[in-house]
Write a protein that binds this ligand. Structure first.
Ligand code: PYC
Length: 333
């Protein structure tokens, strides 16, 4: 074996969506906060992300989470979220995968019936409360960073689609929320190519003329996610297809997207106080979301969401890079 790189991982899926949890081999990334480590990693270590998510070790919808020492006194771990489009400030399904892996691998002190794990992320502190029975992580309730509705009833001219109306909300990433029915597209995976194409066009048009910037952290900016609501959705029970840059769908109900949708449902007066939102993914899996606190971000009213979902371990691996491998950063097909 001639590898000059050995990265150890626990592979998981959260309600259908993979998270490759990197447990060793990366070392401590320079930076006092996870936001600073995200910037450093993007500038100096991005080849490692590509190696881990691109083919042949990953695939076009791959995502992962790199464990790091915590950057706060009381944190258990820091986390960097990686996927095919780059590094996310925060990822809900990824956090649920991380928390499940940490419990089942005994990488945190495990208590039953609930193990609380404090994680430092580039978007801020998140807390995962893992329901544990007989050593098994049954489900995870994630207390996310504050989510807020940036704007309602925006319109953007989209080549090939005309004027598209959308709401913009933040839940750890920015989400353009729009009604699939108004685009004349059915909520049906048989039409996924057309839905994805519409999503990519919409995010490009928004980023050109109405690019969102986080009100308290300008390092978080841009729209790489379009949440297409099934028109048959109800205020407290939604179904959606989540189109993501550069061209894939979230298989899970998307934790940060569900947080953004929850903030938007509250801003529209569709939900009362701590009413539970059931949000189903394009493959029919479910997250449950609830606003547990109100707060502000900049001058906007915001909520603190919790998201509940499940993850499962699918494997452990050591990923290698032979110095003669012609694809040291993998490739995109
Ligand atoms: O669960 O937050 C999430 C997420 C973001 C992108 C894919 N999944």
């Amino acid at each position: 074996m001639r590898s000059n790189t050995i990265i150890s991982a626990i592979d998981t899926h959260t309600e259908g969506m993979p998270t490759r949890v990197i447990t060793g081999g990366v070392g401590t990334i320079p930076g006092d906060t996870m936001a600073a480590r995200r910037v450093y990693f993007a500038e100096h270590l991005d080849g490692l992300r590509k190696l881990l998510v691109n083919e042949p070790r990953g695939h076009a919808s791959m995502s992962g989470a790199i464990l790091q020492p915590a950057t706060t006194d009381d944190g258990h771990y820091g986390v960097l979220f990686i996927e095919v489009s780059g590094l996310l400030p925060m990822c809900g399904h990824g956090t649920i995968g991380v928390a499940t892996a940490l419990v089942e691998a005994g990488m945190v002190p495990v208590t039953e019936p609930v193990t609380e794990i404090r994680l430092d992320t580039p978007a801020g502190r998140v807390v995962a409360s893992v329901a544990v029975s007989g050593g098994h992580a049954d489900s995870v309730t994630l207390r996310n960073v504050p989510a807020y509705c940036d704007s309602l009833d925006n319109e953007v001219e989209v080549p090939g689609l005309g004027r598209v109306r959308y709401d913009m909300a933040y839940g750890g990433n920015f989400y353009a929320i729009t009604d699939l029915g108004k685009l004349g597209l059915p909520f049906d995976r048989a039409h996924k190519d057309r839905i994805l194409d519409a999503g990519l066009r919409i995010m490009a048009a928004i980023n050109e003329s109405q690019r969102p910037v986080h009100l308290a952290d300008e390092r978080i900016a841009g729209c790489k996610h379009v949440l297409f609501l099934d028109p048959a959705s109800e205020p407290a029970h939604t179904r959606h297809a989540m189109a993501i840059h550069p061209g894939w769908f979230d298989r899970s109900p998307c934790g940060t997207g569900t947080s953004a949708l929850l903030a938007r449902q509250h801003a529209r007066g569709f939900l009362t106080d701590d009413q539970v939102l059931q949000n189903d993914s394009f493959i029919g899996t479910t997250f449950y979301a609830r606003a547990v606190e109100t707060t502000t971000v900049g001058d906007r009213p915001a909520i603190v969401p919790t998201i509940t979902g499940r993850a499962w371990l699918t494997g452990t691996a050591n990923y290698l890079l032979d110095p003669t491998d012609p694809f040291p950063e993998g490739f995109v097909f």
